[in-house]
Design a protein around this ligand. Structure first.
Ligand SMILES: [Zn+2]
Length: 227
């Protein structure tokens, strides 16, 4: 089910032509490429916090953002379940200047049970499907986040049902967790989540206290290294 890139095919929004043979870039322009790259960036930030003697609060967006990136990195650049592309173009608007440009992004992990509503399955590997940016947010035919067509969202779910009935049933069984997670007192923080992803890459963050304690211990040992 390969779709055309529509009006963006063959030309850039700034009027300059795309190269005739568009070679996918080795990495996104706005995302680090490898886990090692990301870890180096995280280390650098941690060192600068240490130099100031001030660290972000345990649930600060700093920890959440990097925990999410480390969790999602293994899925980036994998074939989209709809079109099998590993990259696609996306129009980005610069908020300050208002200028639009088209950037090539790698495919990534789409949360089936949305991570904003459900803390329980934010780092659950099963709770995902790999989509290219076009099918993630922009396709009017099939995209879980395309906001102008409920049918585009519906076709995404039909595809999941057809391809992997067990996964579809898992989502139906666990969507109630979204409501249970409202007001839930977490026994781990996003700082724990980052430490967990940093040290035990690509594993799920268990929602149990002993693991959070284990994560905190690793956090301490990590900082001991930098002193
Ligand atoms: Zn796609």
């Amino acid at each position: 089910m390969r779709e055309s890139m529509g009006k963006y095919r063959g030309k850039r929004v700034d009027g300059k032509g795309w190269a005739k043979t568009a070679i996918p870039p080795k990495r996104d322009r706005m995302m680090p490429d490898t886990v090692e790259d990301m870890k180096r960036k995280i280390d650098k930030r941690l060192m600068s916090f240490a130099a100031d003697g001030r660290f972000p609060a345990a649930d600060d967006a700093f920890w959440r953002g990097w925990a999410d990136e480390l969790f999602m990195e293994p899925y980036r650049g994998n074939p989209c379940i709809v079109c099998e592309r590993t990259h696609s173009r996306k129009t980005i608007t610069n908020k300050k200047s208002g200028k639009s440009s088209v950037v090539e992004y790698r495919s990534g992990f789409h949360h089936l049970i949305p991570k904003n509503g459900c803390i329980i399955h934010r780092y659950t590997k099963r709770n995902g499907a790999v989509l290219c940016p076009w099918h993630h947010t922009d396709s009017p035919k099939l995209s879980p986040h395309y906001e102008h067509s409920a049918m585009a969202n519906h076709r995404f779910w039909l595809l999941i049902m057809e391809r992997d009935r067990d996964l579809y049933d898992w989502v139906v069984d666990h969507e109630k967790d979204t409501f249970e997670s409202f007001g839930m007192k977490r026994c781990w923080t996003y700082r724990d989540a980052l430490i967990y992803q940093y040290h035990k890459s690509f594993r799920e963050l268990p929602n149990v206290k002993p693991k959070a304690i284990e994560a905190a211990r690793k956090w301490q040992s990590f900082f001991a290294k930098g002193e």
